[in-house]
Design a protein around this ligand. Structure first.
Ligand code: GTP
Length: 185
């Protein structure tokens, strides 16, 4: 299955106070850590942001087609752009997720549905694979201001893959870093 990868980095980062993807965790920018894993998985990688500071990572940047709609706007941008029939959507603030987790989700994916990773019983729409065929459904949600990713997933054919059941992962590897306190913990 051919896949394109999109890192969502277009958020307001209001809790962090500065653009999250460019903040360092364990001495390296979060976006860089995500890119390092993706590079070894597939060639089609883009960062969805309008912040030019992401440019020096060497991957194409893509601004949101409809700005200020949160991750749903990022998903719409990704599916519109995707040259492949499926797109892997990843938040920029989960830098510790191991490559094996990406591979596991890809192996679990079936082309006609959304494949959502769950961690500790909680589905994560920003570590998920979406069929490009859902683009018009996403566009309707965005136009109707129905911006909760989880509601979109529930409205469409999907499968939840509990990461901890299949792989011997520590849940802490799926931590996302939203605040300064998160960085210190
Ligand atoms: N492209 C794009 N990505 C977004 C948008 N809003 C949020 N994201 C990304 O979605 C992921 C989760 O974002 P959140 O933590 O919910 O929101 P945030 O705006 O980044 O941060 P807060 O303002 O602190 O809530 C992060 O990777 C964000 O960069 C958006 O409007 N466009």
């Amino acid at each position: 299955m051919e896949l394109s990868f999109y890192i969502l980095s277009g958020g307001k980062s209001s809790r962090m106070g500065e653009d999250k993807g460019l903040v360092e965790v364990n001495g390296e920018k979060m976006v860089k850590q995500v890119l390092e894993k993706l590079k070894s998985i597939g060639p089609q990688i883009k960062i969805i942001t309008s912040n030019k500071a992401y440019k020096n990572h060497g991957f194409p940047l893509l601004p949101d087609v409809v700005p200020n709609k949160g991750p749903m706007g990022g998903l719409l941008t990704a599916l519109k752009d995707s040259p492949t029939s499926n797109a892997f959507i990843i938040g920029c603030d989960m830098p510790l997720i191991p490559k094996e987790a990406y591979l596991h989700l890809i192996r679990s994916h079936q082309e006609d549905r959304i494949t959502v990773a769950s961690i500790g019983g909680i589905p994560n729409p920003l570590f998920s694979i979406y069929p490009k065929s859902l683009e018009s459904n996403v566009a309707s949600h965005v136009a109707g201001e129905k911006l909760k990713m989880i509601d979109f997933i529930r409205d469409n054919k999907h499968e939840v893959i509990p990461m901890e059941n299949s792989l011997d992962f520590d849940e802490s590897l799926f931590k996302n870093f939203n605040t300064r306190e998160d960085l210190e913990s």
